[in-house]
Ligand binder design. Structure first.
Ligand SMILES: NC(=O)c1ccc[n+]([C@@H]2O[C@H](COP(=O)([O-])OP(=O)(O)OC[C@H]3O[C@@H](n4cnc5c(N)ncnc54)[C@H](O)[C@@H]3O)[C@@H](O)[C@H]2O)c1
Length: 335
């Protein structure tokens, strides 16, 4: 007889409902603990999703008092590395929201900590498993593969988005702006398409909300890959338009496939809708990928299989945002 695995979540803010909603349909687990420094948020998550869960305001106390199989980490960026290390030290598996960490030292330390633990870490790059991305890759592969790509992330984030969070917009707590928070998914997909990044040339700027933010709201540049291929990108949270648009153009020998989840535009003529709106939970820009990736994480743990998004495979997108921050319009190598 298999026993029910005990799972917890820390950080019951905006994105946590995507995790908790997905966890409702994972078999063989129970969400037994929820933690947030703002207890009312943990209580609301409990009342909405898992009424039997215990509520905590301190992460270490939760780790000490609960015998956990896995923990979902949905806290501000600067807490990702220390919380993941604390869980791994107790051999607890971690489903970790992006970014994995905000400094290169912490990224190295996490990869090392996982090697010394029986716990495994999966990073939440859910868009790798979105039907739109998988279908786009399939179409490109059928035409001999992707030759080059261009991505735009044009979003608007308001003053309140930063001032009310207590952590966004600050280098010390967010680790950067649009590159580390909003564009990192798109950058990760470019790496999935074109290979290992070797060089970045970029410019970053803070155009608006200068009085509240010390991070970039806009960044553009070129990424070169070991395959010899290149991608260009432009990302901003300073858009004046209220609708967030993320577009990835994939160029093959004869065609252009544009991903605008959940839609694909093939040669700007044919439109395919790759999934039903009912799969979307929370903000539309998150896509439906949490519901695709979270069950895969538990299946991989159960089967002893590689993590669907390992720390090592997630590292490339992180190296790119670190290089973009340093570039200042000169090429930065990525080893
Ligand atoms: N994968 C995605 O598409 C996606 C989408 C949105 C956010 N995210 C990521 O999820 C994480 C959280 O983002 P969010 O928008 O939900 O932020 P949020 O600010 O809404 O939520 C964070 C929560 O963590 C809590 N918290 C802060 N310090 C804590 C501590 N020491 N112990 C326990 N709880 C603590 C806060 O009170 C808050 O409720 C970020 O890493 C973000 O980048 C990912």
């Amino acid at each position: 007889m298999t026993t029910t695995k005990r799972v917890a979540l820390v950080g019951c803010g905006t994105v946590s409902s995507n995790h908790l909603h997905a966890l409702l349909s994972v078999e063989g687990i129970c969400v037994c603990a929820l933690c947030d420094v703002r207890i009312e948020r943990a209580e609301q998550a409990r009342d909405t999703f898992f009424p039997q869960a215990r509520v905590y305001t301190d992460f270490d106390t939760m780790l000490r008092e609960e015998e956990l199989y896995a923990v979902h980490i949905c806290t501000p960026h600067y807490l990702h590395a220390p919380m993941t290390k604390a869980a791994l030290a107790r051999d607890i598996h971690v489903f970790l929201e992006k970014p994995m960490a905000i400094t290169a030292e912490d990224m190295d330390a996490l990869i090392e900590a996982e090697k010394n633990s029986r716990g495994r870490v999966c990073v939440c790059f859910q868009n790798r498993f979105s039907p739109a991305f998988l279908r786009a890759k399939e179409l490109c592969d059928a035409d001999g593969g992707i030759q080059t790509a261009a991505a735009t992330v044009i979003w608007q984030r308001t003053r309140e988005y930063y001032t009310e969070s207590g952590w966004r917009g600050r280098m010390a707590t967010e680790g950067g702006g649009v590159m580390v928070n909003q564009a990192i998914h798109t950058i990760d997909l470019l790496c999935q398409c074109l290979g290992k990044p070797t060089e970045v040339i970029a410019t970053c700027a803070n155009h608006h909300l200068k009085d509240v933010n010390d991070v970039e709201d806009t960044c553009e540049g070129i990424i070169r890959f070991d395959s010899g291929k290149q991608a260009s990108f432009f990302a901003t949270t300073a858009s004046v338009a209220q609708k967030d648009i993320t577009s990835i153009l994939l160029f093959t020998a004869h065609h252009t496939v544009e991903i605008r989840m959940p839609y694909l535009y093939i040669d700007a003529e044919t439109v395919e809708k790759t999934e039903d709106d009912r799969w979307f939970v929370g903000k539309a820009c998150y896509g439906s990928g949490h519901a695709c990736l979270i069950p895969r994480f538990y299946e991989a743990l159960e089967g002893g299989d590689p993590m669907p998004v390992s720390l090592v495979s997630a590292r490339a997108a992180h190296d790119i945002f670190l290089a973009a921050h340093r570039s200042n319009d000169t090429p930065v190598s990525i080893s």
